[in-house]
Design a protein around this ligand. Sequence first.
Ligand SMILES: [Zn+2]
Length: 293
Amino acid sequence: MNDRLIRGVFPEENIRFAACQAATLCNVAVSSHQADWVSGWLLSEALTCATLLSIDLTDGERLTLRWEYPGPLGSILADVDENAGVRGFTQRLRLMPEVATLAEAISGQGRIGVISSYPNREGRKGMTQAIFRDVARDLAHFLSLSFQVETALVVGLIMPPEERIVLKAAVGLLLQPLPGCDPEYFDQVRQGVERADFREWLEASPHRPEEVVENLPVEGAPSYLDESTPSYHCHCTHAKVEAVLRMLEPEELLDMLTKDGEAQVTCHFCAKNYAFSRPDLKNLLRQSQSGHA
Ligand SMILES: [Zn+2]
């Protein structure tokens, strides 16, 4: 099933929605990070949420989402751009057999922070408590409280616990009231999609985003606005990694040169490896020395 993100409204109820299928991009993330089942599940939930949030991004805006939990998982980072290019990683990629369940990996209340940035300026940012111990619900709570946009957010994954992890579905749903929406009605809809049986339905078989929208506890008919193709997209380049190395103190670069004679830098987001040879490092050291002189 191809990854898709659709957007629309229920015009009678004044509710907007986004729904996505993001299994392919989640599979890219899980396999490139070699995440195990527990870490891969939580990362996929975060990436599916991030995919949904791309619908509001314009002018090169990018959102960075960070969940921090007290359990062995630690934190999850995900970011998304206006073209639904998403990427992310979890602090710990291998949690089994140390933890047996997702709840153990999260293990308690944490916090969630979101930062939006534009090419040349900062956007909104905020932080709230993550009280639900659930990646999607904690993010919905953040959006309602910190960005003041009432939000319902649900993710359903189909991810058999096999040796080689392959997601068969990663479905996400976002609902927000528009002006004129009855708050009580929205609350009723939200409670409907947050119920265990809705999540069970989501995870019973791979659903197309339209099927999810049509199965919502909303009376009126949906009106579809547009559609895009989300993907796993990392912005790292050799030049960007080199720019980071250039900021190191001359002593640190000299240390790399004398100890290893080269440097290997791995991107946290996509696990891509960048190699810097002895002549590269010598060159960087010269630039760093003149910069720090
Ligand atoms: Zn990268």
